[in-house]
Structures are given as C-alpha cells and as structure tokens.
Design a protein around this ligand. Structure first.
Ligand code: CP
Length: 317
C-alpha cells in the first residue's frame, strides 16, 4: 500500500479486517517497522479520536509522531496554484507539503468539506493539492468526501459482532442535527458496506440523498421504521443536503433514534462514529444500552490506522 484515501486503496477487505483484529493480541510486534521514521499528522479541523488513535497506532509501530494543527499553529495556507499572494495567505500548500515531506516518512491530513463550494469539495481540492505536492505516502484523516479510517474501524466492529450464519442487514440511518454537517462519514460507510457485500440500506428524509457516486445501487428507503425492520446493525449519522448543497432542509418527522424506533429491528447493534449529539441524534437510552458499539468503534480506530500504516511501512522497508 502506498496511500490511503478510500476503499479503492485496499484489495481484500476480509483479510485486512482479520489482520487488524489480530493486531489487538500483539499490538507492539512490529515496532521495528517504524524505527527511526516519523509520521506527520496535519489537522485543518478539530479531532479527538482520529488525532489520538492514529498517534497510538503510529507509536505501536515504533513511529515518531509530529502533530500540526495547521489552522491554529501554522502560517495561513494558500490553495490556489499560481496565486499572487498579496492577501491574507502566507504560505502556499505547495511549499508546506514539500517541507513536511522532508520531516516525515508518512503524512496524514484532515481537511473537511467547507460546504460552501460543492465543486471544490467534490473534487477534493485541498486533499488533491496536498497529495500533488507531498513527496511521501499520504493517508486521509477525513477529507471533504470520505473518512476511510473510520469506515475500516466500522468494518472491524461489525466483523466482531456478526450474526451467526446470516448476512447482516446494516442500515445507515440519517439523524437530526443543529447545524450543517459534511457527508464524508455517510459516503465512506456506503462505499465500505458495498465492498463488504452486506445487506445494506440507507434511510433518510427526502432531499437528503448522498452523492450517487458513493451510493449508486444501494437501496434507499425514506420510511425509517420500515428501513429498521430486521436490522442487525443501525449506523446513525447526520449529514446536510447534497442536492441543496450544505443546507439544512426542514424535516417534519422525528428521526431521533430511540428504543421505540428499534422495536422492529433484530435486536440491532447501534453504531455512530462520534462525537454524537446525545438526545438529538440518538437517545441516551440507546447510547447507554448494551447494544451500543460506539466505544468499540472508537477503540478500533487504532487498529484500523495501525494495519494501514503497517502496510505502507512494509511497502517502504
Ligand atoms: N470519528 C472521528 O473521526 O472522531 P474525531 O472527529 O474526534 O477524530
């Protein structure tokens, strides 16, 4: 492996998930791979899980870690090639990526969708520019459209809780939120669930369709109750409208996930990438129940990152 941006960068999901699960028993066995090497983690947006789990994964592999909170600690970056930089931007991403590549053997970058310019977000303008100028392997810590480490951790979590002798029914259920949220987690989960070949359904109010480039072929059910019938896993996530880009469209029905809503499910396990707005997206009773897997997902972020970084290090020994 030489980069990690999406599900397209992996070949065999089942094997990768099994290898990640195996790491839990002996997380420090490959410390030699990262010895004397450095990973740089660049954050243009906030993070708890991604920041700490990727650091932990790197340290398990013997890597040194450097964190750059680019929006708070670095010079303001310019993202237009050919820009006459006589305004507020101070350092071109071309120069930043080149310099970081001298300090780091692998770089991770988090760059969310701005939700104001659909074309820029869909084209992954920031991630693509950084990738163009970086001279070392690049991994996504969540980009404008995708969140692959999260999705791999989600696949690991589902694999650890599979029903016996049955292809699981997995439902991605849209949730309410107080402000517009990017589409990356939903898009990414849709991609990875298709790769996993589970019985996968997305439910959301009309007008909240995700980008069809990630959901093409997936069953969309606008009736949440119907979608949740016989579900083995319910993945709850908010996203803003894609069609009416980055906007909140008013929704009349109550999409908060409660125990009452789950009555028709197959005693479903509940998933969310976190952070979660309690009692807005999911009720306390559901989040605090035995069926909630949210902390297991967060724990698996370490092993998702570790198996990917391990593959990249092995490729550059
Ligand atoms: N799920 C996730 O990516 O969490 P953070 O935003 O805290 O990194």
């Amino acid at each position: 492996m030489n980069k990690f941006f999406s599900v397209k960068d992996i070949t065999d999901l089942n094997t990768l998930v099994k290898e990640a699960i195996a790491l839990k028993k002996a997380p420090l066995q490959n410390q030699h791979l990262g010895k004397g090497k450095t990973i740089g983690l660049v954050f243009l947006n906030s993070s708890l899980r991604t920041r700490l789990s990727t650091q932990k994964a790197a340290q398990n592999l013997g890597l040194h870690t450097i964190i750059l909170n680019a929006n708070q600690e670095a010079w303001t970056w310019e993202f237009e090639d050919g820009a006459i930089m006589n305004g507020n931007t101070i350092e071109h991403v071309k120069d930043a990526a080149n310099v970081l590549s001298q300090y780091c053997d692998i770089i991770g970058i988090r760059c969310f969708a701005g939700l104001t310019n659909k074309e820029e977000d869909v084209s992954e303008k920031v991630y693509s520019l950084f990738e163009k100028y970086a001279k070392v392997p690049l991994v996504s810590l969540e980009s404008a459209t995708l969140h692959p480490f999260q999705s791999l951790a989600d696949c690991i979590t589902i694999a650890e809780h599979l029903p016996i002798n049955k292809k699981p029914k997995v439902v991605l259920s849209w949730a309410p939120h107080i402000k517009p949220i990017p589409h990356a987690v939903g898009n990414s989960f849709a991609q990875w669930m298709q790769k996993a070949d589970y019985d996968f359904v997305i439910t959301h109010p009309e007008g909240y369709e995700l980008d069809p480039q990630f959901t093409g072929g997936v069953t969309i059910e606008y009736n949440q109750e119907k979608a949740l019938e016989n579900a083995d896993f319910v993945y709850v996530k908010n996203w803003s409208s894609f069609k009416n880009y980055g906007k909140l469209i008013p929704v009349e029905e109550d999409w908060l996930l409660t125990n009452e809503k789950l009555k028709g499910s197959n005693n479903a396990k509940i998933m969310h990438c976190l952070p979660v707005r309690r009692n807005v997206e999911i009720s306390d009773e559901v989040l605090d129940s035995e069926n909630a897997l949210v902390y297991q997902q967060a724990n698996n972020r370490t092993y998702a990152a570790q198996i990917v970084l391990q593959k990249i290090l092995e490729n550059h020994e």
